[in-house]
Design a protein around this ligand. Structure first.
Ligand code: GUN
Ligand code: ZN
Length: 457
């Protein structure tokens, strides 16, 4: 597709980015992509002013309309993409990544809860929040729905750091008042009160949004789950995030803990935690009744492929979810997941689909990581593509960041081939620059050799 869209006039002081450019306008479908679902310009131009997209289209059409002297950054061999979005990731679990030899419940006890207990310390939380956001940017992720910990200071620190970067982050204080050790276990009342305080302080402040965050049904009493449901009724636009149906031992435990409920999903349903603003991570071991209830309530699933294979949890059934009209987002789930890169996540999603006899074409994968995930998180009016008026969160991609990609890089490669090479062979090296609201927040070449803590520019 080569149509262009443009605003009536460009503001003085705008900046422009020229090069191949792709963004999605709607869902491309699982088979041959609907050609109306995306715009691809082999020589495109993105015009940005005041943090927002002013215009996007053919360079030849738009360049003559720029005010004289407008800086134009040209990446003829690159690819301009909207920033990628992660629908489920844990800020305090960077150091938990690559923990050897366990499945979910033992992994939580052995590695995760001890690591999260450090976040009672406000200074540690502030440092780690900044490292986490710098790493998201270095991996091409410009927005995310994020778990923090059960310490109010950890959510506070993450909101503060995201606000300083003007980055759209949704997060919330983790609620977990049972079946967890000292250091991370809270009480139902404290989780409710502190969530309310954080909502009052941060929900709707700049680009920040609050997500009510009961960890999973195993670590919350009925009293705490009741509070979580109540919180969802107390402010407009809140999200809800939790874990669901990830591991068979987890599911058996939930059946013991909640014998009066018909299913794991019914636990969340009972406490008023399903709905279009709820994102349930995993949803691997589920049935058609679950899918029907998810579709009926508009509840979303975050598909976390690198986590699901690493923790040996199982293979998510994407095609049954899609067939039942369940909204599915793509997510890294670091630190159960093994990479913050949504490119790596797409590659693993493709492999999970292959193991299930399904497929994930590159158009669908890039749609999911951008506009699809924006819709899952209800932020598609501001992010997800580069339509005029949206926030200018975007990436300059290096299509030949590794020797193998250089070898495959050629002018003859069609768009599908370009995207498939990127999703299968790409990673954080592929991210040359990351822009948030028109500002460069990560520059790979400037950051090379810098310590991780100093990645942002
Ligand atoms: N279930 C409950 N807590 C967690 C967590 O931190 N990670 C994953 N993958 N699953 C969970
Ligand atoms: Zn998780």
């Amino acid at each position: 597709m080569t149509t262009s869209t443009q605003a009536a006039s460009f503001a003085a002081g705008c900046t422009a980015f020229r090069g191949p450019l792709l963004h999605f306008l709607s869902e491309p479908g699982l088979g041959t992509p609907d050609p109306g679902s995306y715009s691809y310009f082999t020589d495109g131009l993105l015009v940005v002013a005041d943090g927002r997209v002013q215009a996007v289209g053919e360079a030849a059409e738009l360049l003559p309309q720029l005010p004289v002297g407008t800086p134009v950054e040209h990446s003829p061999e690159g690819l301009i993409l909207p920033g990628m979005i992660d629908t489920h990731v844990h800020m305090p679990q960077l150091a938990v990544m690559a923990s050897y030899g366990t499945q979910l419940l033992e992994w939580l006890e052995t590695y995760t809860f001890p690591t999260e207990s450090r976040f009672a310390d406000a200074d540690w939380s502030a440092k780690q929040s900044k490292v986490f956001l710098d790493l998201l940017l270095a991996h091409g992720t410009t927005s995310a729905l994020v778990f923090s910990t059960s310490h109010k200071v950890a959510s506070e620190a993450l909101f503060r750091a995201a606000h300083d970067y003007n980055m759209a982050i949704a997060t919330g204080r983790v609620m977990m008042d049972c079946n967890a050790p000292d250091g991370v276990r809270d009480t139902a009342e404290a989780s409710y009160e502190e969530s309310r305080e954080l909502i009052a302080r941060w929900h709707g402040t700049g680009r920040q949004r609050y997500a009510v965050t009961p960890r999973f049904a195993a670590t919350s009493t009925p009293e705490q789950l009741t509070y979580a449901g109540k919180l969802m009724t107390e402010a407009e636009g809140l999200l809800m995030q939790t874990h669901w149906a990830e591991n068979k031992a987890e599911i058996a435990w939930i059946a013991e803990l909640f014998p009066e409920r018909a299913s794991y999903l019914d636990v969340y349903d009972h406490f008023g935690l399903l709905g279009p603003r709820s994102v349930l991570a995993h949803g691997i071991h589920i049935d058609d009744a679950d899918r029907a209830r998810l579709a009926e309530t508009g509840t979303r699933i975050a598909f976390c492929p690198t986590s699901n294979t690493f923790l040996g949890s199982g293979l998510f059934d994407l095609s049954s979810a899609r067939g039942a009209d369940v909204e599915v987002g793509l997510a890294s789930d670091v630190g159960g997941g093994t990479s913050l890169s949504m490119l790596v996540t797409m590659a693993e999603a493709y492999k999970v689909c292959q193991l299930r006899g399904q497929s994930l074409n590159p158009f669908q994968a890039f749609y999911m990581a951008t506009l699809g995930n924006a819709k899952v998180l209800h932020q598609e009016t501001e992010t997800g593509n580069l339509a005029p008026g949206k926030m200018a969160d975007f990436l300059i991609i290096d299509r030949a960041a590794s020797p193998i990609q250089q070898l495959k890089h050629s002018a003859e490669r069609d768009l599908s081939g370009i995207l498939f090479d990127l999703m299968i062979l790409g990673d954080d090296r592929s991210i040359r620059r990351t822009y948030i609201a028109g500002q460069c927040r990560y520059d790979r070449d400037a950051a090379q050799g810098a310590a991780h803590a100093g990645l942002s520019v």
